[in-house]
Structure formats: C-alpha cells, structure tokens
Design a binder for this molecule. Structure first.
Ligand code: ATP
Length: 363
C-alpha cells in the first residue's frame, strides 16, 4: 500500500487559492482524516492526489516516487466523490463489482467480495436495484462499496457518510474503518465533521484556506491545538485575551479588566499580548467556588447528557460552558456565577497577526 507525500501543492482558481502550499504525509496503511470547514480545499486535495486535477505547483509522491504528472490509471487510487457517479444502467451489484470485472477477477472472488460489501453497506436486499430506484443514502453506500471493492491501494473518500441518517452514519464509522484496515488500504477521508474525524482517524489533518494547520492524533489535535482556529474547530472553545505576566511553570495572563487567568506553560515573553483558549467542556461554573471571572447565565439548553450554558461576562463578552445534565435546575437563567478551569486545560497562544476575530472566522 502506498505512502503519499504532498510537497508545496498550489492550485488557484482566479483569486481563490484552493491549495496554498499544501504539505502532508500519509503513512502506508494509515487512516487519515482531513478536517476543515466548507471551501477549505478538501475536495481539491483529493482530486489532485487522484490525478483528476493537476496542481499549478508542487509535487505528489507515492512511495517516494514522483507521481505528479502520472496518469490516473497508474495511481491505483479509488476516489469516492460527493456525486456518487454510479452507472445508472447497472444494478447495485454490477456497480459494486465493476472494478473487479474489468480486471477479469474470477467468479468466486467476485462473489465473496460482493457478499461482504453488500453486508457492510446493508444493501443485501437491494442488490438487483438500479441507482435510480435508491435513496441518496443507498446510492452513497453503493458507491462506497464500489470504491472498496475496486482493488485500489489508496482510498480517497470525500465526505463518504454525508448522506446517511445519524444512526447509520455512526455505526458505519467503525465498520468502514475496520474494513479498510483489514484490507490494509491507505485511506484519506475528508470531512467537516469533527466527531467523525476524531473517532475514525489514526491522525487528523486540519485544513483551512488551502493550508494544513496541524497534523496529529485525535488526542493531540484535541488537547494540544496548534492555533486558536484548531482549538475552536475541533471542539468549541472560549477565548480570553490579555498580557502575559509569566509563562512558566504555568502561564499567567492579565486581562484588560485586571483579572489574572491561568493556563499551561508557554514560551511567550512577559508583556506579550496572548490568547488563552479553554474548551467549553472544560469551562467550569460555580456559585460557591472562587473563579477567574464572573458571569451571568443567559441561556440553558438541555442536550441530553449535557446542558449547554451561555453566559455573559461582566466585560460584555459571551462564553459558553457544557456541564452535566444532573445540574439541571441548579443553574438557571439570571444566576451570577464564577467561571474557572483547571490550569492544564487552558492553552496559551500568541495573539494571531490578523487579530482573534479574524483567526476564528469560518467562511
Ligand atoms: P466543501 O466541504 O464545501 O466541499 P472543500 O473543502 O471540499 O469544500 P473545495 O471544493 O476544494 O473545498 O474548494 C476550495 C475553494 O476552491 C472554494 O473556494 C471553491 O469555491 C474553489 N473552487 C473549487 N473548484 C473550483 C472550480 N472548478 N472553479 C472555481 N473555483 C473552484
């Protein structure tokens, strides 16, 4: 199975930079999720790897060989695009074994693959149907099975679970991952759904405006985000700004109102403007315990396991907290409360060059 390396890929459409110096390495047999907001350049990335799109600049390596100018057929990559591109005149099963058919695979192998694929995508009962007779989700599952059965080494998945209902999406996550792992395919799966990326990936690459911001294990991008954007996109965060007082053994930050906030150690010099990010799930509220800041409860939303609480701080900034549902009735609109967090849950960033608001913007 190939490892894939992208070096300095650029692709522009007029003024839009769909890829703006993309560097990425995907290991042999790895399940890598590329996570980013809409328009970040995820589809462009997959199309360049598949050979459907030529980069303006930069190189694509498969197993350290330069494939930038090689033809689509040489790459042995199966791309599952957002428009499923099924053959309308072929049935579900004919679509699925299409790749094996053109390679001249023997009947027994085709039968085996077909049974396991139909089972995986829960379409055993509809194998003789034509794509036009299927729902969007069923068409997507057929296209997924066809990509898996194609005999490719490299699987390129563009939002493969997008059209499925929530329950099926969640159960297919684990099954899809274990299947491609057992086939030992290298997989690049693009999604804008952070839960999907965190659950499925060996590593997650966060992309924005045609650039990779961070690559790491799900735990790394969650716990040690490289930028405020990553901290907010992978699990929502609250952000506080201030000047660094000290950066070790923990960081202390003084806000413009004079509150002193604590976060993990950093390398920032005293006096520097900085941003402290705390995941909303790590933002604690209590009337009894002392806090770094004070706020009023504006809204409490029941989310099943958790309550989502929106708060207005005394300086007019809005923040949120996610607290367990058993506190329902104990936290009510109008309450004044203290806000705190464990210092190890506060990540300190230098102030982004374009300002915090610009940094957090999702187009
Ligand atoms: P989505 O999640 O919405 O599919 P994406 O992350 O896959 O988004 P791309 O489809 O790669 O993003 O597009 C990246 C940028 O390039 C977008 O601003 C898009 O409008 C632009 N773009 C992509 N393809 C073309 C094209 N053929 N012509 C002009 N602009 C394009």
């Amino acid at each position: 199975m190939p490892n894939v390396r992208l070096e300095g890929l650029h692709k522009s459409y007029g003024d839009i930079k769909a890829a703006d110096g993309l560097d990425l390495e995907v290991r042999d047999g790895e399940y890598l999720c590329v996570l980013g907001p809409t328009g970040a350049g995820k589809t462009t990335l997959l199309r360049m790897i598949s050979g459907l799109l030529r980069p303006d600049k930069g190189k694509i390596f498969f197993n350290d060989k330069d494939y930038t100018r090689r033809e689509i057929e040489e790459r042995k990559a199966a791309l599952l695009s957002q428009s499923y591109a099924l053959f309308p005149q072929l049935t579900v099963e004919e679509n699925i074994i299409f790749g094996l058919d053109i390679r001249g695979a023997d009947e027994k192998l085709k039968e085996q693959v077909l049974i396991s694929m139909l089972d995986l995508v829960r379409l055993s009962g509809r194998s003789k149907a034509f794509p036009g007779e299927l729902s969007g989700g069923m068409q997507q599952r057929t296209a997924l099975a066809r990509a898996l059965a194609s005999g490719a080494d490299l699987l390129l998945l563009d939002e493969p679970l997008r059209a499925l209902d929530a329950r099926l999406r969640i159960s297919l996550r684990t099954e899809l991952r274990s299947l491609v792992k057992s086939l030992r395919m290298t997989t690049i799966h693009v999604t804008h759904d952070q839960d999907e990326a965190l659950v499925m990936a060996d590593r997650v690459a966060v992309i924005r405006e045609g650039r990779i911001l961070q690559v790491g294990t799900p735990k790394e991008v969650w716990d040690q985000p490289a930028t405020p954007f990553v901290a907010n996109f992978v699990g929502q965060s609250n952000f506080f700004t201030g000047k660094v007082i000290q950066s070790s053994p923990y960081t202390l930050l003084r806000t413009p109102e004079g509150a002193v906030l604590k976060g993990r150690p950093s390398e920032l010099p005293a006096g520097e403007e900085a941003v402290l990010g705390v995941k909303i799930g790590n933002t604690e509220i209590s009337k009894e315990r002392a806090g770094y800041l004070q706020a009023a409860v504006e809204r409490v939303i029941f989310e099943g396991r958790n309550l989502h609480v929106d708060l207005m701080m005394d300086n007019g900034q809005r923040i949120s907290a996610k607290i367990p549902s058993w506190r329902k009735g104990k936290v009510v609109v109008g309450d004044r409360t203290n806000v705190y967090w464990e210092e190890s849950k506060g990540t300190v960033f230098p102030m982004p060059p374009g300002g915090l608001e610009n940094e957090l913007k999702v187009e």
